[in-house]
Design a binder for this molecule. Structure first.
Ligand code: GAR
Length: 206
């Protein structure tokens, strides 16, 4: 699949010499979050400041401590507790990496065109409320799709409907199972998500 990065005009620009500061929100294991952290470790233009988890995740907490990142656990999820933390840290861009909680309009309004999500299918297929993680791969398998993939998109008020930045596809073979489909999709995510985040962040620096 062709890579299409869509750059749009919007009023927020990061100062040219200041790095873009990211926070990553997760609800799952956090393999994408860790991959983003290692990708940006020595990057001068984009820095990951911390990870927020909507679930208890002691392994991720230790990982953050080892990597000098802030870690906030918010379980049960409570946006009102997290927004001031992001404000205080001066976060520019929010990255949703397997984050499964509904994001309010207020939260989105605090980061207009500065919230990026990854979804494990080729949207608009297999998106919307209730479509996440393993459920997506099971549906792709049941429907005997010949391909699937990932979508990296901006976040708006509607689940999985924000502007698409880029999509990448992979084949689904006759002998694939939901588990092997998930593994193929994770490989695409780990390969392409950091670069897409980086390119988008660099487009904010003017
Ligand atoms: C990823 O596959 C991501 O695309 C998906 O959750 C997984 C998290 O994996 N996100 C969604 O389904 C959002 N609708 P990870 O915790 O190993 O990064």
């Amino acid at each position: 699949m062709e890579i299409t990065i869509i750059t749009q005009a919007f009023p927020y620009f990061c100062a040219v010499n200041e790095p873009v500061k990211l926070v990553i929100l997760v609800s799952g294991k956090g393999s994408n979050a860790r991959n983003l952290v290692s990708y940006f470790k020595k990057n001068q233009h984009v820095i990951v400041c911390g990870i927020v988890s909507s679930k208890q995740n002691p392994a991720l907490e230790s990982y953050c401590a080892e990597n000098q990142l802030f870690y906030e656990e918010c379980y049960p999820w409570n946006e009102a507790r997290i927004l001031p933390v992001l404000d205080k840290t001066g976060i520019d861009v929010v990255v949703l990496a397997g984050f499964l909680k509904k994001i309010s309009s207020e939260f989105i309004a605090s980061f207009p065109n500065r919230m990026i999500n990854i979804h494990p299918s080729l949207l608009p297929k297999y998106g919307g409320a209730g479509m996440y993680g393993q459920r997506v791969h099971e549906a792709v398998f049941s429907n005997k799709e010949s391909n699937t993939g990932i979508t990296i998109h901006l976040v708006n008020e509607h689940y999985d409907e924000g502007e698409i930045l880029v999509q990448h596809a992979c084949a689904v073979d006759p002998n694939d199972t939901p588990t092997t489909i998930e593994s193929k999709v994770h490989q695409l995510e780990h390969r392409f998500f950091p670069k897409a985040v980086e390119q988008y962040c660099l487009s904010l620096k003017r």
